[in-house]
Design a protein around this ligand. Structure first.
Ligand SMILES: [Ca+2]
Ligand SMILES: [Ca+2]
Ligand SMILES: [Ca+2]
Length: 244
């Protein structure tokens, strides 16, 4: 608990903040780094690195996502998801990632994927980008978590006995409150992500692979309720890193 207070720094520690902080460390065992080496390549472009557009209709391939706790974390049809930004609606294809369920003590579960690959330097991207289909106020929040490798082993070590807290690497996070209806593109500067585990890792954002470190290793989504027992219901598509 002492550590948690340290993490929160000078913030006024309300019950809600405590609940959110505790919820932030959910997660499964990390993906095996060997999987990344032989994985189907992500589409490399000048300005955008597409992580997943879910057009395979599956979270098992070509990109593999692990899921945890949320009632539904799956590739789902975009049919009927027509509201919101019409330009974005035209870019989402047939499938997106449905994240739906209910929160307990704010936390609802989520999913994640390992994105590091040998020979690919993700540090050139300064933004996290995704197209999100909201269902109005009460849709919940999407917390985006990025892990960088601080002990040079291309793996994210977690302690399953401590809500999967990272033990060697940094976790940076940013919370998006989904309170709109229909499609909307969100683009978040990586500089706005905050170190969620001071005193673990080196407390420096170092996404570049160097000196044996894999740099930015994985993206994880944590779903939070808009109330402590609130619903979570939104879709995410075209998950990407971008330069602008
Ligand atoms: Ca799609
Ligand atoms: Ca590591
Ligand atoms: Ca670091």
């Amino acid at each position: 608990m002492k550590t948690m207070f340290r993490w929160l720094g000078g913030l006024v520690v309300s019950v809600m903040v405590l609940a959110l902080a505790a919820s932030a460390f959910g997660g499964p065992a990390p993906a095996k780094p060997e999987a990344a080496k032989g994985e189907a390549p992500v589409a490399l472009a000048e300005k955008v690195l597409l992580i997943d557009d879910f057009e395979s209709g599956s979270l098992k391939g070509p990109r593999e996502w692990w899921t945890f706790e949320l009632a539904r974390a799956e590739a789902a049809s975009n049919k009927g998801l027509t509201a919101g930004d019409s330009k974005i609606a035209g870019l989402v294809g047939n499938y997106s990632l449905l994240l739906s369920g209910s929160a307990k003590n704010w936390y609802g579960g989520g999913c994640g994927t390992y994105i590091a690959r040998e020979g690919v330097d993700l540090s050139r991207y300064g933004f996290f980008q995704a197209d999100i289909y909201g269902n109005g106020p009460g849709s919940g929040s999407l917390k985006v978590e990025l892990a960088d490798d601080d002990n040079s082993n291309w793996q994210v070590e977690q302690d399953s006995s401590k809500n999967y807290a990272l033990t060697k690497d940094d976790k940076y996070s940013y919370e998006v409150k989904v309170d709109w209806s229909g499609w909307k593109r969100v683009s978040i500067p990586l500089a706005d992500f905050t170190d969620e585990n001071p005193m673990v890792g080196d407390d420096i954002w170092n996404p570049q692979p160097q000196n044996g470190s894999g740099g930015l290793l994985q993206v994880q989504f944590i779903c939070l309720g808009s109330a402590s027992d609130g619903r979570i219901n939104f879709n995410v598509d075209n998950v990407a890193l971008s330069t602008e």
